[in-house]
Design a protein around this ligand. Structure first.
Ligand SMILES: Cc1ncc(COP(=O)(O)O)c(C=O)c1O
Length: 377
């Protein structure tokens, strides 16, 4: 089988993990945690990076630190992985869904801008929904598949409407918009190091912020809010959201390889686009002008998605459909949803992800292409 997206552990992972095991520093303390944070902050040119146990925990921490809670709305795209909405729900705030652009699959900014103008008010630097007066506490762009929306425009809207940005940049490590790294535009950004991501620690996450006070608060809140190195004194309800040293050691080794992994992903992306362009009714994700994507997982649209999915999986080419839109999930079907044509549903009905693991050989890529072409011939 040619797998969809598996880890590529070809660097110093073994050496660094062995060091953790040999020295006994496997758990919540240890030098690799801060080294991973420093290395990733340097790579992304983020002032601060705070590690945590997964991307979802990172998103939840960002919500908590912005004081988001019951009675608030948080704007989020309808097309995302469920963790984005779950993180909002943990705080008791209500997600308010915005449709996506049918070509880039990111937040539809034109739709958002119109909706903000028609349906919200600003009083004392707080944006509220006119209909019920409730606060719109944050907006969460999701950088779907390592692409981004026009971040200049989103930042203008964020400033004009006083709605802070929390980036779900979990899929976009290494992607940039006009040279600036994903995750560093918002009040907070996040990374995930889940097994299928561009680098992995098995499970893990990172919170990015450019604000010293928020960085200190993020560390505090994710490490049980303990205030004294000796005494068990905690000054608020904290979380045990730490990334452990043995996993951070894997992260340090993975990060060393990230530039090579991105190069490999870009090669794959260019190859697939060249080989599959014009085949059947295949169409590709439009990359937003100004974005240099990490090309994490190759995904395209076709009207015959379900048929092709079965065809490829039956032939050992592991392929996946895209996320079910949030508004089509039972716990989120009653949410407010700003849409004109429900593009999220149309993308879901037609999008298919094909093998994109960094370790795939050129022969394997050619085999994938051969099967896709054969399907349409
Ligand atoms: C868009 C998106 N948001 C959030 C997450 C959650 O990250 P994690 O699985 O590390 O909790 C993921 C990845 O799994 C994701 O793809």
């Amino acid at each position: 089988m040619i797998p969809l997206s598996i880890p590529h552990l070809a660097g110093n992972e073994w050496t660094y993990v062995k060091e953790c095991l040999d020295t006994g520093w496997v758990s919540t303390a240890g030098a690799y945690v801060s080294r991973f944070e420093e290395d990733i902050a340097a790579f992304t040119r983020s002032k601060y990076a705070i590690s945590c146990m997964n991307g979802t925990a990172g998103l939840h921490t960002a919500m908590n630190l912005l004081g988001i809670g019951r009675g608030d709305y948080v704007l989020a795209p309808n097309l995302t992985f469920v963790a984005t909405l779950n993180a909002i729900s943990y705080t008791k705030a209500d997600p308010l869904l915005i449709d996506v652009d049918p070509a880039s699959w990111q937040l539809d900014l034109k739709l958002l801008e119109r909706w903000l103008a028609e349906h919200t008010s600003i009083t004392d630097t707080v944006c509220t929904l006119r209909e019920d007066g409730r606060r719109i506490a944050a907006i969460m762009p999701v950088h779907v598949l390592g692409n981004l929306c026009d971040m200049d425009r989103l930042q203008q809207l964020s400033e004009a409407y006083h709605i802070p940005i929390i980036e779900d940049s979990t899929e976009a490590l290494g992607s940039t918009f006009k040279g600036q790294h994903a995750g560093t535009f918002g009040v907070f950004g996040t990374s995930s190091f889940n097994g299928n991501k561009i680098i992995t620690t098995g499970g893990g996450g990172m919170v990015f912020t450019q604000d010293e006070h928020l960085a200190t608060r993020a560390k505090h809140l994710t490490t049980t809010a303990k205030t004294d190195p000796l005494d068990y004194f905690h000054d608020e309800v904290g979380y045990n959201y730490r990334l452990v040293n043995v996993l951070a050691a894997i992260g340090v080794a993975q990060l060393e390889q990230l530039p090579d992994l991105i190069r490999r992903k870009k090669h794959m992306d260019a190859y697939y686009r060249e080989q599959l362009g014009g085949v059947g009714d295949i169409s590709f994700q439009r990359i937003t002008p100004g974005v240099d994507p990490n090309c994490w997982l190759f995904t395209f649209r076709t009207g015959r998605m379900r048929e092709l999915l079965t065809y490829l999986n039956d032939r050992g080419i592991q392929s996946r459909p895209f996320w079910t839109p949030m508004h089509d999930l039972p716990m989120y079907e009653r949410l407010r949803y700003v849409t004109e044509a429900n593009n999220a549903r149309a993308v879901h009905a037609t999008a298919i992800s094909i093998p994109s693991s960094s370790g795939l050989t050129d022969d394997q890529l050619a085999e994938v292409v051969g099967h896709v072409r054969a399907f349409y011939s």
